[in-house]
Design a protein around this ligand. Structure first.
Ligand code: RIB
Length: 306
């Protein structure tokens, strides 16, 4: 029986490592290239599975080798893929550059992700009815995200939305369906039109989203940790210090690890954020998307070593 359902994207990532990002019009040499299973939705489902949560993924891939690779990766992490459709459209792809500080830039080609529709969401009703929580991102059509959130809310489930890639704004109706919204600082600035250079500015911007109906805003701040803003409090939780190698999927792992602690009944926001920060830090310390996501015992060991 699954405890969490992820509705979202699956991409085959082509990752290129570079000393630094190229300027517009510049040609530079890469240090390496690799193909990795990725996609924000699939990374979150993979992380939930690897951290020990019974989880199902809803999405679409093509009838191609990339689709096979992505399904094999999720199944290896114990994810139920019975609701991942195979479509006559190529599997989604992402092209990622990673510099020597571990920062990345990502270009996505939606492919089969663009075919995930509200009709696919209706099929997940029985799956969602057993689960406690629905996790969403924005690499599939927005109307599909909105209908999944609506269905989850009608069934009394917790809705967590990772608003990436961030649009200029989100419909108020969707924001009001989110128990948790997890932007990073850049996404928070895009969503609100407000500056987010400091923690205080992030809190002000997050409060604008609370005023539109979001339950709690979780701002992931990279090496500074995470800021949770609720109507009652603002809580900044620092992460363990690690050397960043590749931050790809660290945010996805943060969202999944937080969701895991929620479905496990964790009631302390501080404790859930410490767990999520630690899982994300481990992810950032390794290369790749799903390949970098830690197992539960690795997260527990680093938490215990603090
Ligand atoms: O969040 C990281 C992910 O974003 C990558 O795996 C890539 O596929 C893009 O979706």
């Amino acid at each position: 029986m699954c405890k969490a359902v992820v509705v979202g994207s699956l991409n085959l990532d082509t990752s290129i490592t570079l000393e630094r990002m190229p300027q517009p019009g510049e040609t530079i040499a890469a240090q390496g290239i690799s193909l990795n299973p990725g996609g924000k939705g699939a990374n979150q489902a993979f992380a939930l599975g690897r951290l020990g949560c019974p989880v199902a993924m809803v999405g679409a891939v093509g009838r191609d080798a990339a689709g096979d690779t992505l399904l094999e990766s999720l199944q290896a992490a114990g994810v139920d893929c019975s609701c991942v459709a195979r479509r006559e459209v190529p599997t989604g792809q992402a092209f990622i550059t990673v510099d020597s500080a571990g920062e990345n830039a990502i270009i996505i080609l939606a492919g089969a992700n663009s075919t995930v529709s509200p009709a696919d969401v209706e099929k997940l009703r029985p799956l969602l009815a057993q689960a406690d929580c629905l996790v969403l991102q924005l690499e599939i059509p927005l109307e599909t995200v909105a209908s999944a959130a609506k269905l989850a809310r009608s069934l009394g489930k917790v809705v967590i939305l990772d608003p990436a890639p961030a649009p200029g704004s989100l419909p108020g109706e969707l924001l009001a369906l989110c128990d948790y919204l997890k932007p990073n600082e850049t996404e928070l600035a895009l969503l609100t039109g407000l500056p987010t250079a400091t923690v205080e500015q992030c809190e002000t911007a997050a409060r604008q989203l609370l005023a539109q109906g979001v339950g709690t805003v979780l701002v992931s701040l990279g090496a500074k940790g995470a800021l949770a803003v609720t109507p009652q409090e603002a809580l900044l939780v620092a992460p363990p210090q690690v050397k960043a190698v590749d931050t790809t999927s660290a945010g996805d792992c943060f969202t999944a690890a937080f969701a895991l602690r929620l479905v496990e009944g964790e009631t302390s926001l501080q404790a859930a954020l410490e767990f999520a920060n630690t899982a994300a830090a481990l992810t950032a310390s390794r290369p790749g998307a799903q390949a970098s996501i830690p197992a539960r015992d690795e997260v527990e060991a680093l938490l215990a070593a603090r």
